[in-house]
Design a protein around this ligand. Structure first.
Ligand SMILES: Cc1ncc(COP(=O)(O)O)c(C=O)c1O
Length: 378
């Protein structure tokens, strides 16, 4: 008998393989900082972070402070870099959690100054200045980095530990001219800082695509998300990898989403299946009911178009994806039984295929599987 209606199996072996494969691309003194935001891209924040750290990750990066808090509560002591905005109200908490914060608003530095003056301890807060190099979503203009850095170091208790930037157009194309213009802007910012006397900061900009493709983007730390989970950032990244005549690098997906057969019934030929009667059987059809739906992250655009795996056979989705249920055709699957295991995503159903079915990217596929569904490390 099964214990859950649905669960996600996370492969420790695959995650560890990915960490080793990615670290091999970095020089020994380059920090490996997996991105575990968005529930570790859906893989489960705490369990996945611990596996990544055991496998050799040096730092972790998250989007929001609450994620760092969960990790600290779970006993994670590794450096944590918060890449998203931290509310002015939460800055004191950030300091207490001993995280690294990205900064790009002077208001944040001013507020940190007020907090610094009221604190008694002598632990400094480490900040990473985000440089605007062409993504136009967070960042300080290159021309302003020196004055911004001076505002930081004016405050006793604040430390400029790093500078960061993020690529706008590295996964979506095989032409990386724009990405390298960003690298140039980033280096220019670093030079301006060095000329102004700041010489002790780390530099980081490499995401998965940059880490896989271009050693000259690695600098002092790689913030790798999707590839750590065994997925390529895009087909374009794979093509570029091949065009660069590289080989020997492999990734292993670590995510298998499962459920169970919750009913088996026969719908005679010409029966309508599900809401809107959008599917009509063309033969006497054995239908299996699976107890997951769009609430769980099984996208409604999969209606009438995907399939699941049961006993190694493909079972086509019939009708619309409901909030909590899908129906599949098991007419040709012999010996099927109640509570048989169903693979919804993973194995031969890759996140890339799934993304193709619903018109999105693999990143969104795994991150959208509801956090409430248990992640089980296998
Ligand atoms: C600032 C930042 N750095 C690194 C990453 C990791 O990117 P990827 O998953 O492509 O490796 C992300 C992901 O969105 C990000 O926002």
């Amino acid at each position: 008998m099964k214990e859950q209606l649905s669960w996600v199996e996370i492969s420790k072996k695959s995650l560890s393989h990915n960490v080793s494969a990615l670290k091999e691309r970095l020089s020994n003194d380059c920090l490996f900082c997996p991105c575990v935001k968005a529930n570790a891209y859906g893989h489960g924040l705490v369990e996945t972070s611990k596996i990544l750290l055991d496998a050799g990750a040096d730092w972790l990066s998250v989007n929001a402070l609450y994620e760092a808090e969960i990790l600290r509560e779970a006993g994670v002591t590794a450096p944590i870099y918060v890449m998203g905005y931290t509310l002015l109200n939460d800055l004191e908490k950030a300091w207490n959690l001993d995280v690294r914060l990205v900064v790009y608003d002077l208001e944040t530095v001013v507020k940190l100054g007020e907090i610094a003056r009221s604190r008694s301890g002598d632990e400094s807060l480490k900040l990473h200045l985000k440089v605007e190099t062409g993504n136009n979503r967070q960042g300080v203009e290159v021309e302003d980095v020196v004055s911004f850095a001076e505002e930081i170091t004016k405050v006793e208790g604040l430390e400029l530990e790093g500078i960061a930037t993020h690529f706008a157009n590295i996964e979506d194309t095989t032409d990386h001219t724009y990405a390298f213009k960003q690298v140039d802007r980033f280096k220019e910012a670093a030079n301006l800082l060095r000329e102004a006397g700041f010489d002790n900061f780390i530099m980081h900009c490499a995401n998965s695509a940059a880490t896989i493709l271009y050693p000259e983007t690695h600098f002092d730390m790689a913030r790798v998300g999707i590839a750590a989970y065994g997925m390529w950032p895009s087909p374009e990244t794979r093509v570029t990898y091949q065009n660069l005549n590289k080989n020997g690098f492999s990734l292993k997906p670590a995510f298998v989403w499962k459920s169970v057969v919750a009913q088996i019934k026969t719908a005679p030929k010409d029966s309508a299946i599900g809401y809107g009667c959008s599917y009509k059987t063309t033969r006497d059809t054995r239908v299996a009911i699976i107890p997951i739906g769009y609430y769980d992250g099984y996208d409604r655009h999969l209606s009438n178009s995907s399939y699941v795996l049961i006993r190694g056979h493909r079972a086509k989705l019939l009708g619309r994806v409901c909030m909590n249920i899908i129906m599949v055709d098991v007419t040709d699957i012999p010996d099927i039984e109640l509570e048989d295991e169903v693979t919804l995503l993973g194995d031969e159903i890759t996140a890339e295929m799934f993304a193709g079915w619903i018109g999105t990217i693999n990143y969104e596929v795994t991150t959208r599987v509801n956090e409430r569904i248990p992640r089980v490390v296998v």
